[in-house]
Design a protein around this ligand. Sequence first.
Ligand SMILES: [Zn+2]
Length: 339
Amino acid sequence: MRAAIFGTPGIENLEVRDVEVPRPGPHDVLVRVVRAGVNPVDRFTVTGMRQARPMPHVPGAEFAGIVEEVGEEVEGISRGDAVVDYPRVFCGRCDMCISGREMLCRTGGVLGVASNGGFSEFALIPEAAAFRVDASLGWDLLASLPVSALTAYHGLRASGLRAGETVVVVGASGNTGMFAVQLARIMGARVIAVSRRPRGWLMDMGADDVVEPGSAAEAVSRFTDGRMANVVVDSLGSETTPLSIGLLGPGGRLVSYGTLTGGTVPVDMRQVYSREISIIGSTGGTRAEFGELISIAGSRGLVVRVWRTYPLGEVRRALEDLSAHDRDGRIMLDVERRR
Ligand SMILES: [Zn+2]
């Protein structure tokens, strides 16, 4: 099978070549990958910012495909089923796993980082990570659920968001941002999307307003009659966190699930304590939430905005394009396409 694989960190070392199709163990599922989402975590894996194992390594944290073969002990999943991956490796036995927080597993990690991933014609995953889905939802959307949508969903859940509250999504046109906009709306919130350029498609996804970072504070104040936001979702980090904290009203909650622009942030703690701001870290999501999200995707009609789709052979360009200044939606790999 063809797989994107690297033995030494560096995008220039990532090559697409023939490797052996992995054999499923008793509790494994072999997936013929149809579509894979390209995320910052994949780039960090290839560049060595994330510690990949095993080496040489096949990246790819989120994907969707068709079950090719199942191990002899696997129940409830059969050859021919459409599946997506729960993007975490977890032990199922530690205190975090037992309390239903598989993404915090003490010995686990991100699927595609702590194990081989889906930038490959076939991907081998444990049965506990294979979730059946309805292929009629479309491969682009399905291959956006494991990382992009689940991260947004868990972050909003972790914030304790209630219907009628105001949510600001910073970096709203990004992979997770576009799902945070849709899911916050579905949860009954009013949504202000912050994006560097005006993007009508964010309004179509349910944003009440789309504003630039420079005018966000004024827009949020106007929108809320000076009460400011209840929840701000921020995946960008150092460039935006001070702005994000300033957008919150008393009792506000800042959710951070990424630091694309840097992780070290100067925070004025007077702003935090005097208005009882909560800062909530969020990573991935639980298996239970993933099941809920898959159901929501069908019943509430989640959509994805795709900017570019590359064949597997152009995986390097796909990773490099993550930082393209004119990116206007997500980047996908069409793994079945030859060129
Ligand atoms: Zn565990």
